[in-house]
Design a protein around this ligand. Structure first.
Ligand code: 13P
Length: 248
């Protein structure tokens, strides 16, 4: 499968940055096998219509599990689909931490996406205490299986998982390629225990930058990357995309 590079802007960016990033990476997405997805703040997603003629794909950063209702500030999968948004991050650790998102909510959001044909990027990852307690694999497998156990297996191939160890997010300290490999392999194994023969794609996220992306991508079970801070600089992000594209 083609490698996938997803930019997560979080609550950052501007119309100007969107223009600059599209300019840098559009031709690249066309010329290579890599798929480039930009996960933008909801406020910018309607601007993407102007880039319909590009190869770039779009993601929401969050979605509600209901289609409409009295939920001030929330965005539904119906709305994302109406804008032509094909992907959505679900269960990012920042939402689990700061917005008290539970595994059950992550499951409901994943289902809401799948019902509308939006591909969920389900984020999993252990925190530092969990890693130090030797519980990393247990935690990430639980987070993944909660989702896989409760969706129709026919839809499972639409899901992409992002392994984002909480201790590596925004810290400048990425997981070693060996740690990423070990966890990705475990996630794929866990996925197959639930959905036979599932070829789960697993992205790595957490302090990915243009200097470490190549080594991370060289691991057999790293199928792409989810880039936060380093996706906010157009040229640097292009260099990351180039290396991901060159990795196959
Ligand atoms: P950083 O790349 O800034 O560490 O963020 C990773 C992340 O959370 C992407 O979703």
């Amino acid at each position: 499968v083609d490698p996938l590079v997803v930019a997560n802007w979080k609550m950052n960016g501007s119309e100007q940055l969107l223009q600059a990033v599209v300019q840098q990476v559009d031709g690249l997405a066309e010329a290579t096998s890599a798929t480039v997805v930009l996960a933008l703040p909801a406020a910018y997603l309607s601007l993407t219509k102007a880039f319909d003629n590009t190869q770039i794909e779009w993601a929401g950063q969050n979605v509600h599990w209901l289609t409409s209702g009295a939920y001030t500030g929330e965005v539904s999968a119906t709305m994302l689909a109406e804008l032509g948004v094909g992907w959505c991050l679900v269960g990012h650790s920042e939402r689990r931490q700061h917005c008290a998102e539970t595994d059950d909510m992550v499951l409901a959001k994943t289902k809401a996406c799948l019902e509308l044909g939006i591909r969920p990027i389900v984020c999993v990852g252990e925190n530092l205490q969990e890693r130090q307690a030797g519980k990393a694999l247990e935690v990430v497998s639980r987070q993944l299986l909660v989702v896989l156990k409760d969706i129709p297996s026919a839809l499972a191939p639409l899901i992409v998982v992002a392994y984002e160890p909480v201790w590596a997010i925004g810290t400048g300290e990425e997981a070693s390629p060996e740690i990423a490999q070990e966890v990705h392999e475990a996630l794929k194994h866990a996925a197959r225990s639930e959905v036979k023969a599932l070829e789960l794609r697993v992205l790595y996220g957490g302090s990915v930058n243009e200097d470490n992306v190549k080594t991370l991508m060289s691991m057999p079970d790293v199928d792409g990357v989810l880039v936060g801070g380093a996706s906010l600089e157009a040229l640097g992000f292009r260099r990351i995309c180039e290396q991901v594209a060159g990795s196959v």
